[in-house]
Write a protein that binds this ligand. Structure first.
Ligand code: KG4
Ligand code: ZN
Length: 354
């Protein structure tokens, strides 16, 4: 079954063609970083307007790269929420129109459900070793995580822990009470004058810093599986204000910036590792999947791999390019819904807080 997956919930317009829910034939992402950079964050109105311009070229490119015509597509999967409503509506309206015109089924997919599907995907691209590998040994035999598994979805919009019993059968067991982890990375990067999006920049800069230089409090909140990152962001701000000549603290040229980036990152990573292991322990599940843009973070990948190994937990981390928003994960989630006889009606609406 050939599925066209469309994702437009935030600032990326993405489309992919996926065969039988696991073979990526194409995976095209059009980023808007250049547009939002100068505002230090996403401007929703600009994002949706740009989506209108890119949706057709991105889908056409995905079809060309897959070597298929739209007439070959059996069904469409599309993000229904959560996200920016104007952004979601562009992809959703387009998917509905194409499905109607081609007389094929379409199904709305929850963006948070789609992210962990990255671990079930393989790609027919030269030099790409597949995503279903464990971080510890990239040459290890490719295999799927067994159900049930715990999924940490950690991105610019979400920080959620989910328990997956099967495809499409999951529940949220923890989530952030304020900022998402990626949002905290982006806001701290903005405070430091490092640009947008901030996660990858902090990740790189932190390699030159000392993660123990500043001991930021870890927001563990002990027994709950919920997260809170806004206090940490404020602690960073207060630390900057407390420095002599703090105005010169901007930019990555300042010697203290790398230590601050490394110490902030360490606090976020420690929290994500602690909560993920706690979720596994509380649920008595030893399969853990992580996905979402922050799952690209090298320190998180490293520390979680070590912690999972010492706790006897099987950790599955997708290739970084499948961690960030893409259409392939949406197509994979749609495949399992369609196989279970679930499809959507033309009246399906977008839900910002699905
Ligand atoms: O999943 P994603 O592409 O979009 C959302 O659904 O939000 O995630 C984007 C987020 C941004 O906040 C970005 O700063 C963060 O992922 N991110 C990272 C890294 N790469 C991207 N955060 C930490 N370390 C990274 N290497
Ligand atoms: Zn996402």
């Amino acid at each position: 079954m050939l599925i066209l997956g469309i994702e437009s919930s935030c600032d990326d317009m993405a489309a992919a063609v996926v065969e039988d829910g696991e073979i990526i034939l194409s995976n095209v992402v059009s980023s808007q970083d250049e547009i939002h950079k100068k505002y230090g964050g996403i401007v929703p109105e600009l994002a949706s307007r740009r989506h209108i311009e890119t949706v057709i070229p991105v889908v056409e490119e995905a079809l060309v790269q897959a070597g298929h015509a739209i007439a070959d597509i059996d069904a469409i999967g599309v993000t229904q929420g959560p996200g920016l409503v104007g952004s979601i509506l562009v992809g959703l309206s387009f998917a509905k129109a194409v499905a109607y015109a081609m007389d094929i089924p379409f199904v709305g997919v929850n963006h948070i459900e789609a992210h962990p599907m990255a671990v079930f995907l393989e790609e027919r691209v030269q030099g790409f070793k597949g995503s279903r590998v464990q971080e510890k040994n990239l040459q290890s035999a490719i295999h799927n995580p067994q159900f049930p598994f715990i999924a940490l979805v950690v991105s610019g919009g979400h920080t959620s822990l989910l328990k997956f019993n099967d495809f499409g059968d999951y529940c949220i067991i923890g989530q952030t009470r304020d900022d998402a982890a990626g949002e905290a990375f982006d806001k701290v990067a903005k405070l430091l004058g490092l640009g947008y999006p901030g996660g990858a920049v902090i990740d790189k800069l932190a390699k030159e810093g000392n993660p123990s230089a500043i001991n930021f409090t870890r927001p563990y909140m002990q027994d709950t599986l919920d997260f809170s990152f806004s206090g940490l962001k404020t602690a960073v701000l207060n630390w900057i204000k407390g420095q002599e000549g703090s105005s010169s603290m901007m930019g990555n040229a300042h010697p203290a910036t790398a230590n601050l980036a490394a110490s902030f990152q360490e606090a976020v990573v420690d929290t994500l590792v602690f909560k993920s292991l706690l979720a596994c322990k509380k649920s008595s599940i030893n399969n853990l999947v992580i996905s979402g843009g922050v799952a690209c973070n090298s320190r998180l990948r490293h520390k979680l791999s070590e912690a999972a190994e010492s706790e006897g937990i099987n950790l599955f981390i997708p290739h970084p390019k499948l961690c960030t928003d893409n259409g392939a994960t949406v197509a994979a989630a749609a495949y399992h819904k369609l196989r279970n006889g679930i499809s959507s009606d033309i009246s399906l609406n977008a839900y910002a807080s699905l």
